[in-house]
Design a protein around this ligand. Sequence first.
Ligand code: C2E
Ligand code: MG
Ligand code: MG
Length: 551
Amino acid sequence: MFMSHQSLHEAINSIIATCNLMPEVFRDGIILCDRAKETIHVSEKVCVFTGYTQEELSKNNLFSLIANCSTLFQKDTVQFATSIKSKQGQMIPIIVYPKVIQLHEHTLFLFILQKQLALKLPLKSYFLAQFPNRFLFLHEMLRHAITHSHENNTYGALLLLDINNFKIINHVKGHTIGDYVLTDIAKRISLVVNTLSVEHLNGDEFAIVFQTQSKRYHNAEEKIRILSTKILKAIQEPILIENQSFILTASVGVVPFLGEQYTPEKIIQYADAALHEAKKYGRNSTHFFSPLLQQKREDKATLLERLQYAILHQQMSIFYQKQWKHTIKNNGINVIGAEALVRWIDPVHGIITPEKFIPLAEESGCIIPLGTWILHETLKQLKLWENDPIKCEWQLSINISIKQFERDDFIAVVQNLVQQTACNPHKIRFELTESLLVQDLTNSLKKIEALTKLGISLSIDDFGTGYSSLSYLKRLPIHELKIDQSFIRDLITDNADVILVQTILGIGKRFGLDVVAEGVETKEQYEMLCEMGCAYFQGYFLSKPIEGALL
Ligand code: C2E
Ligand code: MG
Ligand code: MG
């Protein structure tokens, strides 16, 4: 069956009309052509961003302006990231969605061009193919921006923008409203940055590629800041959903780049890192990537890798620092126990002290296997002391991380290890920090009671540096306070420290707790503390931490 010329004409008009029904943000241009690549229709928008008039476009072979245009006519092309050459000779990155339309004997090709936005869901509903690769278009945009930056020696930038707490909208209002909100935000962004490239990435993330036209970093940074502030402001305008007004905010991570300084992959990775920082330090802000920050992140990642290796390959060792008791009667002093202090014996870097790796171990979760290993090793050591006529009297202090203590299986792990090593739990003292106790007092109380039942006693480490609330002292069965080193350091010269130490000694006395002075480094400090009535000591003045075998 053949179509009459008039029917064909009507069908074409109807295709164009359908395309025009698409919200503008999803299409930056429409091209309709026939099998011979003769253009039938070119939308006004194509003229706007290429700089050609419609007449010029129809005279020129439009397809010669599109890079690798033959791909567009391949049957299986569902979308294609490429570029179109403007009249000024600029290569404008575009993404093209081709659609073959068969009208009886006539084969037509419809191309929808997107310059600014690529929105996943609505596009799907507009019969176009799925949106496969999250970063496909972004890579293309970045490649162009890098070339532009390189050729002009001006800074380009990638801004990654993430809507704060967007999940709430999806959860409370459902995904349809969520998508509507995203579309609205996309529109707002594109209004602010109308000449730039914007892509809607997954979920609530948007990417904006910006050519600053500035040759100096300082100027480029200022321009980016102005742009970002404008975007953030536009997003903050209230949005009306079902007669309810919502205010959304966003965070922005920025990577300025000059020429081929970074690959597109690196730019995206760095922008992700900057966005992460923006979210961490006060949302609704813009954070610039800094090479120093990246260096820190990379160092941290390397350290974590090494730490995991060290834990697995027995590069950890336990040192012990003796704890002493002063007796007023004969002014004598004797060892009453030791504190276990972990060390990382690195084959290259030597001994690494815990403050360099415990925080990372806590953050990464490594502290759980490491803490269990420390417990096991120290309890084995305690068991060995039983055979020594002097050490059999010693008590063993073990530092417990908040992450270990928080675990539901903490008590079970301790119980198992006590049984396994057959040590005397009455000789074990756990050192906990105040923050650990205050966070969830009821839960802490339950665990502490369980530990007390096992026979384990408890000490508050770094006492006085944590929280001002001391109410936990009356609720928890605690046995010892350890005065933090920071109060001992300047004890001789700083009267404020004298008052603080006296106060802590007073609290200990009233509550019937042992008080240990930590970090006692000099004879003067030791003597002054003795005079003040302190009975328990730990510090370099008396002994340094050493390996278990050397004790
Ligand atoms: P902490 O529990 O308060 O341990 C006391 C720290 O003071 C130890 O540092 C010890 O070597 C140091 N020290 C002792 N006497 C003196 C002195 O006279 N002067 C000075 N300047 N320092 C002294 P270390 O071993 O580097 O441990 C630092 C922190 O790391 C510990 O503070 C503790 O919070 C944590 N830590 C150590 N071992 C472990 C462990 O096995 N598990 C856990 N979770 N944390 C641990
Ligand atoms: Mg301690
Ligand atoms: Mg301490």
